[in-house]
Design a protein around this ligand. Structure first.
Ligand code: SME
Length: 187
């Protein structure tokens, strides 16, 4: 009914524009790899043709949260430091689109899992956050974590962080697919 009404009063391309706004993620059960394989092309579709970074980061974390139901998933981006005078750091990680409980807004290089992933320019899988020296506990519920650096032109420009309430939750399968997912995003 609504589509008939719209097609009577609006040009054809308006209808397809409206449809392109109604994105649904298809959630599947299966192995972890199967879930990522189903999600990857859907994330590609969500990102296609959209140049806005915040919109894209928001949709990527929403899709991951919907499929996997993790405690927390989100991005931190490298931005000018708010406390350069105090610490001498010119840049720091600043909270960007995420899904889950409220989180720490700023993380310095080399601090916590995120800051260490940034400093070492590598993905970190932390099976037990309590055993990671300097782990920053944004949520007391978090038990394990994975942090994937976003690297462009040989420089870390942000990280993707995911937290679980369960110990030993993330592994090389998550690393493999999350690294692919961050590659898809145009920064
Ligand atoms: N645990 C992270 C901080 C970010 S939150 O988990 C959202 C860390 O140690 O860097």
């Amino acid at each position: 009914m609504l589509t008939t009404y719209i097609s009577m009063y609006y040009p054809e391309n308006f209808l397809s524009y409206l449809c392109s706004m109604a994105e649904d993620i298809q959630i599947i059960s299966g192995t972890k790899a199967e879930q990522y394989q189903s999600l990857l092309p859907q994330i590609k579709g969500l990102l296609e043709g959209e140049p806005d970074l915040v919109a894209n980061l928001a949709n990527v974390v929403a899709a991951l949260k919907e499929q996997f139901g993790w405690l927390w998933v989100g991005f931190y981006l490298v931005k000018p430091s708010s406390s350069e005078v105090l610490h001498g750091d010119k840049t720091e990680l600043v909270l960007a689109p995420f899904q889950g409980p409220v989180a720490c807004t700023r993380i310095r290089k080399g601090r916590g899992v995120c800051g260490t992933s940034w400093e070492k320019e590598t993905t970190l899988i932390v099976p037990d956050v309590e055993k990671f020296p300097g782990h920053i506990a944004c949520s007391s519920l978090s038990r394990s974590e994975i942090v994937v650096p976003v690297i462009r032109n040989n420089e870390v420009i942000g990280v993707l962080d995911a937290d679980s309430e369960n110990l030993n939750f993330f592994d090389e399968t998550d690393q493999h697919y999350l690294e692919q997912i961050v590659e898809l995003i145009l920064f």
